[in-house]
Design a protein around this ligand. Structure first.
Ligand code: BGC
Length: 757
């Protein structure tokens, strides 16, 4: 290897010199590749194992690249380092095919934003797009072409640790957030060197693992798959996500990594998806553990035939498949198709013409943690915060609140403020809550007492010290919750209460009777009943990123008015999960006062503690002047629902106007509430804005009997309000005839217009 073809040029150079571009150039290259070289293109190696982040390239790696034994590296970074490796691929390998460099850039690269569940809580697609855009600017400058984000898995079981990585429980909402993030990473032009390939993951029902355990089986109906779990993937595909990742788990016994019906037939066939599908980490050899393959070669064949193009980390395709492929026309055809898609991904990025465009160390040095990026991270963090309660209006705090006691180890825990998936985020970049409060109020007004960490044994002396500090203060800010390592991959919990030492601390601090405001840090919905003191103010801050402290402080003092909303319901108890608003009605609907035998737990309320879409404000809003353009909605037509929202307070603020619908009589039971529109709207004190949603009959299509998406004729009920639990205005209209739709309603976007009154 390392020997050049005719006249010392590579195959890529020849194709380019021949004037070939796009698919023609890719075909020219493909036809000149051996089976082993094709398998090499499908091989994705992990930098963390073979080559450390930013390390020097070892001779072993150079040789592998020269020999065409690898198509991509993940968990690598650094413009100069990756540029060197790219030179080897482009100039010293036989064909000159550039490498793809990938990383999990999930909520920022160096400038860390709130965790994805927090970004979702902004209830604003432009915030989600902004966070992804900034991440792409930094990651691309560091030599990366490809991120394994967004995670678009619907998550309805808060025990599942990876709920932190997605947009929560609701498929219409998840689809909107998926689209926004794809736009942010790819900016509709992958040829630009400041955009990166987005990956919709983990196709198709990773979030449905039984019991909320990570990697576990999804045993769900086809209807639930089609109407709930797949819509965000369809939305991402429609938005142009250039790659998909298959999930680790199985659906009804078929691991997705080997699911030909789902990946090849549905995604590629029905949806027409021509992007790059990558396995999850080691998920191909794990087919042996699933018990659907006996040998590595069999596992590889299943994945390849399912049309999983690139194999992450195990090397099965490159090392175990040569003979099998040579003996099987079906595998040869699958290999050609997969190799073509890998090469097309490189072509989409413009790498055949400008292979070094991502490897400019000067750009890299200038791109990281800029004032603009920090400002964006702070803005998104402020907007992600959800005011869960404010019983007696303790928040916002007065500008000079006197002596402030900050209690709780999380208040100074920079690592937790970054959250899971940190990419190149650094603790020293984080401004913590304690630091921000001291900067704002002056050292002498802020006393910090950790009390107890999230995992320590609650030492009575340390708790007593925290209590004494609280008692000596005018105001107490209790920072509590989970730490960053209690959610995320393989971080499922059987009990989603506050960690026990935090319960002890919270109870002791609340018992002082001092005015306490609680800042809750978490990556998942929690049972926060111990924080209920009867007069509580609770600000949910998630894991807010590098600007955690300033963002939290700005919200506490009212410089930023909270308007975030819950993307996933908070249960009263762990035993109430999975809880989600899109539950089907039963024959015995839950009866609030326990007078009938009904579908409920007898020991907790029928509603969650805090429902999807819930979030309070320092302002107050009134909803009125409901306008429905027509009482019937005919096939091919649309209906608009308008409402006036007035800020009746003296505080300028955002309101999140939400539209929920319900199809009360259909061929199958339909969810009790489905989000069909939302808009985060800035409304100044005393002002009114008019918000209009436009719906078509397809907005109610569901996976009906006989496997088609249909909207039935008949009544649709709707409600508009400030949360799924705070519906202010209701109405209904008739769909005038049945409609066959192309896909599930949840994948659709709803046009919203906002005007001044
Ligand atoms: C995760 C993926 C991730 C991959 C690469 C896996 O363990 O499930 O979400 O993209 O690792 O880091």
């Amino acid at each position: 290897m390392g020997v050049r073809t005719q006249e010392g040029t590579t195959t890529v150079a020849q194709a380019t010199a021949n004037g070939l571009r796009g698919a023609e150039r890719v075909d020219f290259i493909l036809h000149r590749m051996t089976t082993a070289e094709k398998l090499g293109q499908l091989n994705q190696m992990a930098g963390g194992q073979q080559i450390a982040l930013n390390s020097r390239i070892t001779d072993v790696e150079r040789d592998r690249v020269r020999a065409g034994g690898v198509g991509s590296y993940l968990h690598v970074a650094g413009a100069a380092f990756l540029g060197d490796l790219q030179h080897v691929a482009v100039e010293e390998s036989h064909h000159g095919i550039p490498l793809l460099f990938a990383m999990d850039v999930v909520h920022g690269y160096r400038t860390i934003f709130p965790v994805p569940l927090g970004i979702a809580a902004t209830f604003d697609v432009s915030d989600a797009e902004l966070a992804a855009r900034v991440a792409a600017l930094e990651a691309s400058a560091a030599g990366l072409h490809w991120t394994f984000a967004p995670m678009v898995d619907i998550a309805r079981d808060a025990r599942w640790g990876r709920i932190v990585e997605g947009a929560g429980e609701e498929p219409f909402f998840g689809s909107a957030m998926a689209r926004a993030q794809v736009r942010g990473y790819q900016d509709r032009d992958l040829k630009r060197p400041d955009t990166i390939i987005a990956t919709a993951k983990h196709f198709g029902a990773y979030g449905a693992g039984v019991g909320g355990r990570d990697y576990d089986s999804a045993d769900i109906s086809e209807r639930t798959l089609m109407d709930v779990y797949l819509p965000p993937f369809l939305a991402a595909a429609e938005e142009g996500a250039a790659s998909f990742m298959v999930a680790f788990n199985d659906i009804g016994g078929v691991p997705t990594t080997a699911n030909k019906a789902l990946v090849n037939d549905l995604l590629r066939g029905e949806w027409g998806y021509d992007g790059l599908v990558v396995s999850d980490w080691n998920s191909v050899p794990e087919l042996l553990n699933h018990g659907v393959a006996e040998t590595r070669t069999e596992a590889g064949a299943l994945a390849l035939l399912a049309s999983v193009d690139m194999e992450m980390t195990s090397g099965i395709y490159a090392s175990d498949m040569l003979k099998a492929v040579e003996a099987s026309p079906a595998l040869q055809a699958a290999l050609d198709a997969a190799t073509k898609r890998v090469l097309m991904a490189k072509d989409r990025l413009g790498l055949f013409d400008a292979p070094y465009s991502y490897h400019d160390p000067v750009r890299e040095a200038a791109a990281m943690l800029t004032p603009d990026h920090r400002a964006a991270a702070r803005r998104v963090a402020e907007r992600s915060m959800v005011l869960l309660r404010n019983d007696s209006g303790r928040l916002p705090l007065k500008p000079q609140p006197g002596k402030v006691a900050v209690i709780g180890a999380l208040a100074a825990d920079a690592r937790s403020m970054i959250g899971s998936w940190k990419a190149q985020g650094r603790e020293e970049d984080v401004v913590t809550v304690v630091e921000a409060l001291r900067n704002r109020l002056g050292e002498e007004f802020v006393v910090y007492e950790p009390g107890v960490g999230t995992r320590d044994v609650a030492d009575p002396a340390a708790i007593a010290k925290a209590v004494a500090t609280a008692e000596a203060a005018d105001v107490v800010i209790l920072v509590t919750g989970e730490d960053y390592n209690m959610s995320g991959e393989a971080r499922s919990r059987s009990d989603i209460g506050l960690p026990s030492p935090q319960k002890v601390l919270a109870k002791a601090v609340l018992a002082t009777g001092k005015p306490v405001v609680t800042v809750l840090m978490t990556g998942r919905p929690l049972d926060i009943s111990p924080l209920d003191s009867g007069d509580s103010s609770i600000l949910l801050a998630w894991f807010p990123g590098v600007e955690a402290g300033p963002a939290i402080t700005n919200v506490l003092f009212g410089d930023a008015v909270p308007a975030g909303r819950l993307p996933a319901s908070f249960p009263h108890r762990t035993g109430q999960v999975p809880y989600f608003i899109g539950h089907n009605p039963t024959g015995r609907p839950a009866d609030a006062d326990l007078s009938k035998d009904s579908a409920r737990y007898m020991d907790i309320p029928i509603t969650p503690a805090y429902a999807f879409g819930h979030g309070l404000s320092y302002a107050t809003f009134e909803y009125g002047n409901l306008q429905l353009s027509s009482s019937t909605l005919a096939p091919g037509d649309s209906v608009s629902i308008g409402v006036d929202v007035t800020n009746t307070s003296g505080t300028n603020a955002d309101e999140v106007v939400q539209l929920y619908t319900r199809d009360p009589v259909a061929q199958v039971a339909r969810p009790q509430q489905e989000l069909r529109g939302f808009a985060r709207v800035r409304i100044d004190a005393g002002k009114t804005k008019h918000v209009t949603f436009t719906l078509r009959p397809e907005h109610f299509a569901y996976f009906a009997p006989y496997g088609r998406f249909e909207t039935d004729a008949g009544r649709i009920d709707f409600g508009i309000g400030a949360g799924s639990d705070d519906i202010r205005l209701t109405g209904s209209f008739q769909v005038a005839g049945p409609v066959i739709a192309d896909g599930p309603a949840a994948a659709m976007a709803t046009p919203v217009s906002i005007s001044e009154e």
